[in-house]
Design a protein around this ligand. Structure first.
Ligand SMILES: CSC[C@@H](O)[C@@H](O)C(=O)COP(=O)(O)O
Length: 358
């Protein structure tokens, strides 16, 4: 198998001296890679959703720091660390909710602090960015196995799973978080169908998840979000499997708007609820989910569909793009370090203090 087949489609590629991002706004109609030579443009690509998904924006930002460092050293050789700090702040301001962005930037900053100011920083920083990228793929593979083991334990519950938004190769360094579990479970013959929420307003489920699963040959049916309760009641759904953008110390989970709805519905219907996220998504500095900054995006995302206005022009719009699922609605959080059943502060602390919990 080639590495692309193993990881799935490649959303983020470092080639020679620049970054390539698959323009996720154009999928599935067009597969276009855009080239990035400066970090300001990478920050805009994150804000504008060229690249999206919590781990993917962390990886893209790490490469953005490499571009920024090269430029800072060239333009302001005596004070490049100060110039670079400002550019890193622009990357940090790109989106507020996914903590992987700040996690990756902090890792890069830790290395920058130790670099000799007289030596060009690019090579050392590229090495770390590649490590961040590759370790995300490795984490996803491990989580795939852990999550599939859990699905294997509940075989009697049903042969299909439901997912939300896009958590696949596109949303990560490669392979996927929740979609990585789904891929692994399908490979092992544990599930035979995926219900994918369309995920308004960006349609990550319709445009990206359906596309990724169909490329993999995994049977998928697309549904509107409003169909979730009906599907849980009438189809043999064993698990809802979703990703996360930030998990707080008590196990509350911020993820794409609509995830909380699914957790409430899952409890009512006796469907299990699994969150799959690398430990780079866990923010132990926040006690609970109320502390997570929830991104709100523009009204045009709801009022227009593909440039076509579907609501009264002056209608008031509220467009939060993430919600917080309380820990007590979550059966299990799957990470590369192990699984946490029925998350609590104590269990999350134990997870983060151990290399491996399983
Ligand atoms: C591995 S991805 C987990 C989350 O990042 C994903 O579910 C999600 O909410 C993505 O939101 P997006 O707004 O598309 O960046």
């Amino acid at each position: 198998m080639s590495s692309t087949e193993e990881k799935g489609v490649e959303a983020i590629i470092w080639r020679d001296d620049h970054l390539l991002l698959l323009d996720q706004r154009a999928l599935p109609e067009e597969e276009v890679y855009l080239s990035y030579h400066d970090s300001g443009a990478v920050a805009s690509a994150i804000t504008d959703m060229v690249v999206r998904g919590a781990p993917a924006i962390g990886v893209a930002a790490a490469y953005g720091v490499v571009l920024a460092a090269r430029e800072s050293f060239k333009v302001t050789p005596g004070t490049w660390k100060t110039t670079l700090a400002n550019q890193i702040q622009v990357l940090a301001d790109a989106r507020p909710t996914a903590v992987n962005l700040f996690w990756a930037l902090d890792k890069m900053k830790g290395v920058i602090d130790k670099l000799d100011p007289e030596t060009p920083p690019q090579d050392a920083l590229l090495k770390i960015a590649i490590e961040i990228h590759e370790s995300d793929v490795a984490a996803n593979r491990t989580m795939g196995e852990f999550g599939a083991d859990l699905i294997a334990e509940t075989q009697d519950a049903g042969r299909s799973v439901m997912t939300h938004c896009n958590t696949g190769a596109l949303a990560t360094g490669g392979f996927g978080t929740a979609l990585g579990v789904i891929r692994t479970a399908f490979e092992k013959g544990l599930i035979d169908h995926v219900h994918a929420d369309e995920t308004r307003p960006w349609f990550q489920g319709a445009r990206l998840t359906a596309w990724e699963l169909m490329r993999e040959g995994i049977p998928v049916s697309l549904n509107v979000e409003g169909a979730a309760a009906h599907i849980m009641k009438t189809q043999d759904v064993s698990w809802v499997v979703v990703g996360a953008d930030r998990i707080t110390a008590n196990g509350d989970v911020a993820n794409k708007i609509g995830t909380y709805n699914l957790a409430v519905l899952a409890l009512h219907h006796g469907v299990r609820f699994m969150v799959v996220a690398p430990t780079s998504t866990i923010d132990m500095s926040l006690e609970h989910g109320d502390d997570i900054p929830i991104e709100e995006r523009g009204r045009e995302e709801i009022v227009n569909v593909k440039g076509h206005q579907i609501a009264p022009e002056k209608v008031e719009v509220f467009n939060p793009v993430f919600d917080v699922t309380p820990a007590d609605l979550i059966d299990v959080i799957v990470t590369e370090r192990g699984v946490v059943e029925r998350p609590t502060v104590e269990k999350m602390k134990l997870l983060m203090s151990n290399d491996r919990l399983h």
